[in-house]
Design a protein around this ligand. Structure first.
Ligand code: DER
Length: 231
């Protein structure tokens, strides 16, 4: 059910927004796989010409596997469009991202794009952040700072910040940038922008998975087979 919903959202977003001669930022996760496949289909069938800039090692592999032109921000510091998934989307289109641990490069790529659109299935829709996504706000941190940061974040902002452990590797998850992730299970937050800025100021914090005022449009694949577009 979710896979079909993801695919519908991805295909509609690509068909509505991806145009010839664009430089595209490619996100990470599972929903973006459908978007990249649709882009590759259009390259094959319609001769679409695009260049793709990845937001992670996974995205880079996806671009290469689909035989799409690969580039980077050195060659294209300004992107026409970035497409990515999300772990949760609130009513103001604020996002929680980083469930896949790629939040830092994803945010860099999204911030370099003239337009950032998000594709997701119906499970990601929520009234306020934390309603559906229970794993906490991902925060990428410099490894040596992780323990003091877990203490500081809990003391200043409440809740609990936990070091994300790897699944099939002993020890913590290590990001594409060689850092750790803290998942901050927050209590109650009213002003996400202020909280994001305050956490970013802490020495050792690289980036948070709070994407505030970045997404221009979100395509939700719904359970009933429709696609809901929010902006
Ligand atoms: O880790 C990430 O930020 C991913 O983009 C995530 O937000 C969406 O992953 P999904 O498409 O597999 O749900």
């Amino acid at each position: 059910m979710e896979t079909e919903a993801k695919k519908r959202a991805a295909y509609m977003a690509v068909d509505k927004y991806v145009q010839n001669n664009q430089v595209l930022g490619i996100g990470s996760g599972s929903t973006i796989v459908h978007a990249v496949k649709r882009i590759a289909e259009r390259v094959q069938k319609d001769g679409l010409k695009v260049v793709c800039v990845p937001s992670s090692f996974q995205a880079r592999q996806l671009i290469l596997q689909n035989k799409l032109p690969l580039s980077d921000l050195d060659q294209y510091p300004e992107l026409d469009l970035a497409i990515d998934g999300a772990d949760e989307v609130d009513n103001d289109l604020n996002l929680i991202k980083g469930g896949g641990g790629c939040l830092t490069q994803e945010k860099i790529v999204a911030s370099c794009a003239k337009k950032f659109i998000v594709i997701a299935d119906y499970r990601k829709i929520s009234k306020c952040l934390g309603e559906k996504w229970k794993r906490g706000i991902p925060i990428e941190v410099i490894p040596k700072a992780y323990l003091p940061l877990t203490r500081t974040i809990a003391a200043r902002f409440g809740g609990v910040a936990e070091l994300r452990m790897a699944v099939s590797k002993a020890g913590p998850l290590v990001t594409d940038n060689g850092n750790f992730i803290l998942d901050w299970k927050f209590e109650k937050v009213s002003d996400w922008k202020t909280v994001h800025c305050s956490i970013k100021m802490l020495p050792g914090v690289v980036e948070t998975g709070l994407f505030i005022d970045l997404a221009e449009k979100v395509f939700f694949g719904m359970e009933d087979g429709t696609v809901e577009v929010r902006e």
